[in-house]
Design a protein around this ligand. Structure first.
Ligand SMILES: Cc1cc2nc3c(=O)[nH]c(=O)nc-3n(C[C@H](O)[C@H](O)[C@H](O)COP(=O)(O)OP(=O)(O)OC[C@H]3O[C@@H](n4cnc5c(N)ncnc54)[C@H](O)[C@@H]3O)c2cc1C
Length: 419
């Protein structure tokens, strides 16, 4: 079914999709026919990417009109979910059944397929990006054919097929690792000196299962959000002083949007994200950029950003430092290296932000930064390919699955043209 959308922009409104036609099929068979008959097509998830990674001038398809299913396989510790679902839908169903995911991003409103396709991450020294939890995928290939890929049996291609930027086909369902439900408690420590964060980075980032350092780089202090599993001891780090009331990661924004704090225990899915699923944080009045660096670069990167702090702070809502464990997914920005990530939530002023992103990249690229696929960067896609050892293998994989380039867009054409 072809549809006209009220708005054809991404969530932030910084990108107007250039699709000639939008579609919202009601069945997988309808979607298969659509793919088979299209010359250029790609899927869009919840549209939360700031980059043009999801855009196309051909057919753009939303999957939220398909029948949605969440199938638990407790014996295999796995859940199979329809690709159009948002994490918010999946985590609520899992928790009701006594099961959990190991990690989540800052907000649960994003779609599973779109998040996985870009290497979206949460935080934690032992926590890999969300894509690394994918155990199997079903996707529709260029002829409308159904392709099943599994981590256990497709060893040669699976690591290239998860963070795939939509370039291999339209993913219809994903199987994710799960574990028994667990309890977490969240607390915030305020006025933590950035000197301490840089000097004792391992102590700070290892203080809980998931740690986020929030700063605007223009001051000498940060707020550190600690999300601990109640069944796992922390390392005892306690810099700064405890927050006495609930907070929002963005100074001045209402705390009601944030998940519960003050060390009150609760289900994993109500503590791991920063924002509550039933409320939408902000209305897209922001732009974002983010970089994954080798974690050993944390002190140098913190120093470099503090040097830029007086320029950055006036254009920032907030910035966040997190950690991500290494994985083996070819295009994962954490591929092959334990990482520290530097995230920037900018004011929605594209011209001003463009020059600041360039300044940040001048400081961070020499330290080994890889930009987030779904966020803004001053680098062209062809420059991004050079940051991935397996970019050439990914190019060969896309040509094998999609010789005519049906699933490519301008972003991936330029990216893969370089390998
Ligand atoms: C407020 C906000 C908070 C965020 N927080 C985080 C965070 O904590 N951590 C983080 O890492 N990122 C974060 N992001 C970035 C976000 O997670 C990524 O941009 C992610 O890709 C968004 O998912 P989506 O469903 O909106 O994907 P979209 O932007 O819709 O699409 C992204 C890519 O996925 C592809 N895709 C989508 N569905 C399919 C499908 N069914 N089959 C094949 N390909 C598909 C698209 O073609 C495109 O290439 C945040 C973004 C916002 C706006």
């Amino acid at each position: 079914m072809s549809i006209l959308l009220e708005t054809a922009t991404n969530w932030a409104g910084n990108l107007v999709f250039s699709a000639a036609r939008w579609h919202r099929p009601r069945s997988v068979d309808e979607l298969r026919r659509l793919v088979a008959n299209s010359e250029r097509i790609r899927a869009v998830g919840s549209g939360h990417s700031f980059s043009a990674v999801a855009d196309t001038r051909g057919d753009l398809v939303r999957l939220d009109g398909l029948p949605q299913a969440i199938e638990l396989d407790t014996a295999a510790s796995a859940v199979t979910v329809s690709a159009g679902l948002r994490y918010a839908d999946v985590i609520a169903a899992l928790e009701r059944s006594g099961w959990a995911l190991s990690n989540l991003a800052s907000l649960p409103h994003i779609s599973v397929a779109g998040s996985v396709a870009t290497g979206t991450h949460g935080s934690g020294d032992t926590q890999r990006c969300l894509s690394a939890s994918v155990r199997a995928l079903q996707l529709i290939g260029p002829e409308g054919d159904l392709i099943e890929l599994s981590r256990d049996t497709d060893l040669d291609v699976f690591p290239g097929s998860v963070v795939a930027l939509g370039a291999l086909g339209v993913v219809t369902r994903l199987t994710l690792d799960i574990e028994p439900s667990y309890e977490m408690a969240q607390r915030v420590r305020v006025a933590v000196p950035l000197d301490e964060v840089a000097a004792d980075f391992d102590a700070v980032s290892g203080a809980a299962c998931s740690v986020s350092v929030f700063t605007d780089w223009g001051h000498d202090e940060a707020d550190v959000w600690l999300k601990r599993r109640t069944d796992r001891p922390g390392n005892g780090w306690s810099g700064g002083r405890p927050a006495e009331r609930p907070m929002n990661p963005v100074p001045g924004m209402p705390p009601e949007f944030s998940t519960q704090q003050l060390d009150v225990p609760g289900p994993w899915c109500e503590r791991l994200p920063h924002f509550r699923p039933e409320l939408t944080p902000g209305a897209g009045e922001e732009l974002q950029s983010e970089y994954y660096l080798p974690r050993a670069a944390a002190p140098a990167a913190i120093g470099a950003l503090r040097d830029l702090g007086q320029r950055l702070a006036p254009a920032l809502h907030i910035a966040e430092v997190r950690t991500v464990r290494a994985d083996d997914l070819w295009l994962s920005p954490a591929h092959g290296r334990d990482s520290v990530t530097f995230h920037f939530t900018w004011v929605k002023d594209p011209d001003r932000v463009r020059s600041l992103i360039a300044a940040v990249e001048e400081a961070l690229m020499p330290l080994g930064a890889r930009p987030h696929w779904g966020k803004l960067t001053a680098l062209a896609p062809r420059d991004l390919a050079a940051l991935y050892e397996q970019a050439g293998a990914f190019g060969r994989l896309t040509r094998a699955y999609d010789p005519a380039g049906k699933f490519r867009n301008d972003f991936t054409d330029e990216l893969l043209g370089a390998v």
